[in-house]
Every structure is written in C-alpha cells, then in structure tokens.
Design a protein around this ligand. Structure first.
Ligand SMILES: *Cc1c(COP(=O)(O)O)cnc(C)c1O
Length: 394
C-alpha cells in the first residue's frame, strides 16, 4: 500500500514508538507525585518540554502540552477572545480556509457577539498582508492565520503577517500543525505570539500536541482541575505521548532538509504528471506549498469515487470533497480559493511521506490517470461537457 495521506495523520517513527513503550513501562509515576517515581516522570516531561521548545526557538516555559492541535487552537482563540472581551475588544481576523478547529471556534464566538473578519485567500491560497493590515481595527483582539493549509498545502507569509500584528499591537496565533517538521518554523523570527502543533502530523502519537505562548502573554485555561501545566491545562499529563512527541519532533527537525529535498522532487514529478490529465488544475500556489502536498481538481468526476478506486489499487489518498465526512458540501478550502462546487467535488489530495520512492510516484501518476479516464467514461457531466452541452471550467 502506498500511504499518501500524511496530512491526515502519519505513521509513528520506530524511535517514537520505542520511547512511548519505554516510558509506559519505566516512568509510569504521576509527575505531580513527590516520591522518586513521580519525580522521574516529571523529569521526562520537562526534558520533552525543552526538546519541543528548542525545535521552534522557544523557551521551555512557553510550551503547554495539550491533547493535540484542536485543543491548542481552541485554547489559544478562546483565551485571546476572553481577555480581549474584558477590554471591549471583540473583533477577530482569520481566513476562510482555516481548519475547522479554528473556524468552528470562531463561529461559536460570533454567536456570542464577536465580529469575525475572514480574509480572502485568493486563487493561489495566500493571504495578502496589505489586506490584513487594512482589516485591523482598534477593537481587534486576535489575528489567527494558519501557517500551512492542510488541504492545498499553501504556506502563508507568516513572518510578514506576524510583523504587521506586532506593529499594531494585536495578538497573533498560528495553527502550525501542518508546518512543524516540514518547513522551518522559528517563533521569534516569525513574530508569533501563539502557535498550535500536533504530534501525529510529524510521526508522533495521536492525542498529544502543544501550544506555544510567548512569555508575558496571558493564557486562560479551558479545562478546570489540578494545577498541571502551570495551571493552564488541568489533567494528569500524557507522559508517554509527550515523551514520544519530543523524540519525533527532534527527528523530523534533524532530517527536515534532506526529507524536503526528496519530497519536493517527488511532489514536482506528481504535479507534472497529473497536469497531463486534460481539464485538470493544481489547487493552491505551485511554489509556496508544503514539500509533500499535491492537490488537484479533475473536471467531470467525483472525488469520492476516485478515492475508492485508488484504494482498490493500493493508494491511500484523500479528497477535498467532504462526502466522506457525511456532508454533501465540497471542501470549504477549495470554495475559498474560488473553485465552483462541480469542480471542487472532483478533487484529490496526495500528501506523500518521506519514504516515497520514484517507482511509487510513477505508479500513482499512472493509476490516477487511468482512474480519472475510467470515471469520466460513464460520467453524465463529462458526456455533456464533451457534447458541448456544458462549458468546461478547467
Ligand atoms: C490535523 C490538524 C488539526 C487538528 O489536530 P488534532 O491533533 O488532530 O486535533 C488542526 N489544524 C490543522 C491544520 C490540522 O492539519
């Protein structure tokens, strides 16, 4: 099987698995306990905090462990909103193609009376910094813009965005779940105040992640209980998961450049090969995108059928069409970059992993070409397009 859905989740690295097992077996004490076994678990926890911080150029005390990217996004946004609200600031700026962990949190705040401005990400899937600057108001308490998009892989001009926020004294949060481990992230150079990350997107375990909060910025807790994570996140820490996350993040950081080179080569070949399919289009900017991300729309087919047939041929991929998640609406990301419904339904995301081979890349190209042609063979929309009863969009 060729696993080309690394944006959904990744396979844990053997070193991370070993670390997890070792901590489960040997460091099972509660880090809040005062006897030696507890304090040993506490040491594992604090060493992991140092490791994670080091990779993003943060300090250990700026790292708060969470249950993953969704929780980190929720906490950062809700905390900033509650603090802003107290100062009469109830305006938040974001984009229309954020992850649902961000968008649904913003919707909730909107129902409570917050005003939300969603910036246009344009056809190339990129925010224009000048438009962000124009949207900032006196009452803006937060800007939250993702580092890299999970569907189309576009990488935002985060450093510039952060600089604008800092100049205007507005808090800046970024969902960096897809960025960490894949592209360089430096919270100081990038002017980031808060950042969310998730271990299972960089070969760590599921159900664990972290929130970076720059020192001096207040953070409110979402979960009430004990005083773990300096009172900002109650609940006994997931010590084995956190230790494994630290191993995984150090590994991906050390191998990042080498991996990126290999991924880029295969990604570019995939883009070139799939572009040969008539009436197809790459989604998102060709250059400012994650090294492992390929996302295409093919006119006249359904993404879901494409996925199932690719699965039969041993390829695990994803579609922007949300049919799989029980909704008939096409991907909000593809709609945000201006794809019309019919076209957005025929999308395919391939998020390749570092272990992909050239043969696998060629196998994917050959099979996507065959399956798209096969599906078009009995698509009524395709028949109409070919008969000139409908206009081609792509
Ligand atoms: C996966 C993902 C999340 C959610 O992370 P979880 O750890 O699965 O909760 C949030 N944002 C982005 C961009 C993601 O890709």
């Amino acid at each position: 099987m060729i696993y080309a859905d690394n944006a959904a989740t990744t396979k844990m690295s053997p070193a991370a698995v070993n670390e997890m097992i070792s901590v489960i077996n040997s460091n099972y004490g509660n880090p809040s306990s005062l006897y030696t076994l507890g304090q040993q678990a506490k040491e594992v926890l604090e060493a992991a905090r140092e490791d994670v911080a080091g990779v993003i150029n943060a300090e250990a005390r700026e790292i708060y462990f969470t249950s993953g990217g969704s929780e980190a996004d929720n906490q950062a946004i809700i905390s900033a909103a509650r603090i802003g609200e107290k100062k009469g600031k109830k305006h938040i700026i974001s984009t229309a193609f954020e992850h649902h962990a961000v968008l649904h949190t913003l919707k909730k705040l909107e129902r409570e009376g917050f005003e939300i401005t969603l910036l246009d990400v344009h056809e190339n899937g990129l925010v224009r910094p000048s438009e962000l600057e124009a949207a900032i108001r006196e009452e803006t308490c937060l800007v939250t813009i993702m580092y890299a998009n999970n569907e189309i892989g576009t990488i935002q001009p985060i450093r510039e965005i952060g600089k604008i926020c800092r100049e205007h004294g507005v808090l800046f949060h970024t969902d960096a779940v897809q960025a960490i481990g894949h592209i360089p992230v430096d919270v100081v150079a990038d002017n980031i105040d808060m950042l969310s990350s998730s271990a299972h997107k960089f070969h760590g375990p599921k159900g664990v992640g972290f929130l970076y909060v720059k020192k001096g910025i207040r953070l409110l807790s979402l979960i009430e209980g004990g005083a773990q994570e300096r009172g900002k996140r109650a609940g006994t820490e997931n010590v084995p998961g956190i230790a494994a996350m630290a191993v995984a993040i150090k590994e991906v950081a050390a191998a990042r450049e080498k991996n990126a080179e290999h991924l880029l080569k295969n990604r570019n070949r995939l883009i070139q090969g799939l572009s040969e399919i008539p009436h197809s289009a790459l989604n998102g900017d060709a250059k400012n995108r994650l090294p492992g991300n390929v996302n295409f729309c093919f006119e006249g087919i359904e993404g879901e059928s494409l996925l199932l047939l690719l699965d039969d041929r041993g390829i695990a991929a994803s579609s922007g069409s949300a049919c799989t998640s029980g909704s008939l609406d096409p991907s909000h990301v593809l709609l945000a970059i201006g794809r019309v419904h019919d076209v957005a339904h025929g999308s395919l995301r391939l998020s390749i992993g570092e272990d992909i081979t050239e043969e696998e890349t060629e196998y994917i190209i050959k099979n996507v070409k065959e399956v798209v042609e096969y599906l078009r063979g009995f698509s009524p929309i395709w028949r109409d397009l070919m008969a000139g009863k409908r206009e081609f969009i792509l």
